[in-house]
Design a protein around this ligand. Structure first.
Ligand code: MN
Length: 243
């Protein structure tokens, strides 16, 4: 048995949840043909699991590969890898609290990465966003002529410096990265970051916005984390029913 096969065998139910997370994020219109979701290996924190390069809606157990924290796939000759796998490797290397990562190009967040208007929590279910979501400017790290993609571990680490201890970072002109202490929390955060961006933009068209305070955001976030399994089970059931 190869090392990669052993690692996949010992990852248990995390693999099923990871496949479902791909399908859920597609159904919720956070991922389309692009973007990816990963999970830190539950028994080996120096590794993570993610699909080979494939549209999330079509990912199955057979697509899952094991990666190290430099973004290299283990025992995966011939497999095509996501160009932006370094988003995941850099986060897992620097943020030991993170167990799952979602990178998406979901559209409603884009305006908040390309204007001076900060994304911030406008409702309780989005309280985790707090009063300011950081933005990563790739020009600061790699100059004015990139294709905006996180194509190296060095760029991944630059993105993580912008993320800091936050749950989400916006990537200017590109998308966002959400992290969590479980697949459910990372998926929840990715979905509700998009919801908040839509609601905040709607509210701004109507008038001055009454945002959550930092304290309200923290309190609401703690409450929501306590019941996250309810919505996760609902998303799972819908994804399984349509499979
Ligand atoms: Mn991307």
């Amino acid at each position: 048995m190869t090392l990669a096969r052993e690692l996949l065998a010992s990852a248990g139910t995390a693999l099923d949840d990871l496949v479902l997370a791909n399908h859920i994020l597609f159904r919720e219109r956070v991922l389309d043909g692009f973007g990816h979701v990963s999970v830190r290996h539950p028994r080996d924190p120096s590794r993570f699991v993610m699909s080979q390069s494939k549209a999330p809606a079509t990912v199955t157990r057979d697509d899952l590969l094991v990666y190290d924290l430099e973004g290299e796939a283990i025992d995966a000759p011939g497999r095509k890898l996501y160009l932006e796998r370094y988003i995941h490797s850099a986060v897992y290397r620097e943020r030991t609290d993170v167990m799952a990562v979602v990178h998406s190009h979901s559209p409603a967040v884009i305006p908040f990465g390309i204007t001076a208007m900060p994304l911030q929590a406008v409702c309780g279910v989005c309280g985790f966003l707090g009063v300011h979501v950081p933005v990563f400017e790739i020009r600061d790290a790699a100059g004015p002529a990139t294709d905006l993609l996180i194509r190296s571990q060095a760029l991944g680490l630059a993105m993580v410096r912008a993320l800091g201890g936050a749950p989400v970072v916006l990537l200017r002109g590109h998308g966002s990265t959400a992290v969590g202490n479980s697949i459910a929390q990372a998926v929840y955060r990715a979905i509700y970051t998009e919801v908040n961006a839509r609601l905040q933009a709607d509210a701004m068209r109507l008038g001055a916005v009454n945002y959550l305070t930092a304290e309200e955001g923290a309190a609401a976030s703690a409450t929501n984390d306590g019941v996250i399994s309810r919505i996760w089970n609902s998303w799972k059931a819908q994804a399984l029913a349509s499979a």
